[in-house]
Design a protein around this ligand. Structure first.
Ligand code: ASP
Length: 343
């Protein structure tokens, strides 16, 4: 039997701890500690639990860079004291936060498991109870006194995913997250089956927390009929440093001359990074595979392989915030830093 783990639950808000506000008829966050003290099953887990609640609690649509800094700081300050962290977070932007935290926490050697729910804890059919208990069990799991999943992950409805590989793809089903390009790190049934060969191995180096970002970024999703004025307006945003271009299929885009010219002008004359990611939920960008992407490569658009849009925007803000030169940011965008892409 491994030593009892010390787990810090960080409650940031989200549906899991919300209650109906009778006056407004809307869901609002409320005091989670009351709820979780009433889950007797937690007593049987091999861990001690402390709770840190954010003030104010937020719906995750209000997540922003100061929120990420606060979250990374709570983990950093408590890093030595605890064996693992469970972050209760709204599902709407959970994939963005998990991606960003994976970049902020360099040399992470302990589990940071994000979870939440589609129905509040107080509702009879809630999915919150199971998600919460399993997330705690996973954060507590050790083998030879080393955490089994020492990375940023998302636990939802029987599956543990690498955080920076996920998207929220369903707003109603309990099965709300998808990891289209990377297998689950663990699956939960009668047993918790860990897929050890997919889990990042600990490097036992000192945690290094990065808290600087640059938010001069934008996302442009292509659609048939997109006009020159839309593309050019975005690329003329004052101060813009990088554009995530959500292309079709394996990285394809229109071959219209105006389109290529506007992009080329932004890359060559405005020093803007253009990062090609696919609109598909599975598969990879391969610039040059089709004629419709060959020109993008020639003018200096860089490819994000199979990175998610959520991870791409987080990684871009993170790398720009480190103060690297443009070509170094471009280079790092094309190599995996935290297992966020397969090249
Ligand atoms: N709007 C909520 C949030 O993201 C939804 C949820 O928690 O599932 O905070």
């Amino acid at each position: 039997m491994e030593d009892k783990a010390n787990i810090l639950v960080i409650y940031t808000g989200g549906t899991i701890g919300m209650a109906y506000n009778k006056e407004s008829g809307t869901l609002k966050p409320f005091d989670f500690e009351q709820v979780y003290r009433n889950i007797p099953a937690l007593e049987n887990l091999n861990c001690y639990i402390d709770v840190h609640s954010f003030d104010p609690l937020i719906d995750s649509s209000n997540v922003n860079p100061p929120f990420w800094v606060k979250l990374a700081q709570v983990i950093t300050v408590n890093y030595e004291k605890y064996d693992g962290f469970v972050v209760l977070h709204g599902t709407d932007t959970m994939a963005y936060s998990a991606s960003m935290l994976s970049f902020m926490l360099e040399n992470l050697n302990k589990p940071v498991v994000f979870t939440g729910s589609q129905l509040p804890m107080g509702v009879t059919r809630t999915d919150g109870r199971d998600n919460f208990i399993n997330a705690i069990e996973i954060a507590s799991a050790k083998s030879d006194n080393t955490p089994v999943v020492p990375e940023v992950s998302i636990y939802f409805e029987n599956k543990l995913f690498r955080g920076n590989r996920t998207n929220k793809f369903n707003s109603e089903n309990f099965n709300a997250f998808l990891s289209g390009n990377f297998p689950p790190l663990a699956e939960v049934g009668v047993h918790i089956r860990y897929h050890h060969n997919y889990i990042i191995k600990p490097n036992f180096k000192r945690l290094k927390t990065h808290t600087r970002f640059d938010t001069n970024v934008a996302i442009l999703k292509l659609f048939p009929g997109i006009t020159e004025s839309v593309v050019s307006s975005m690329l003329n945003i004052p101060g813009l440093k990088a554009l995530i271009l959500e292309t079709y299929g394996s990285g394809n885009a229109p071959t219209d001359k105006w389109f290529i010219d506007v992009l080329e002008d932004a890359i060559k004359n405005k020093d803007i990074i253009i990062y090609n990611v696919t609109q598909c939920k599975g598969g990879s960008v391969e610039i040059g595979k089709y004629e419709t992407s060959a020109n993008l490569g020639k003018i200096g658009v860089i490819g994000g392989y199979d990175i998610t849009t959520e991870s791409a925007i987080a990684k871009t803000m993170f790398l720009l915030g480190q103060g690297f030169a443009k070509n170094e940011v471009e280079r790092l965008l094309q190599v995996p830093l935290r297992g966020e892409m397969s090249v």
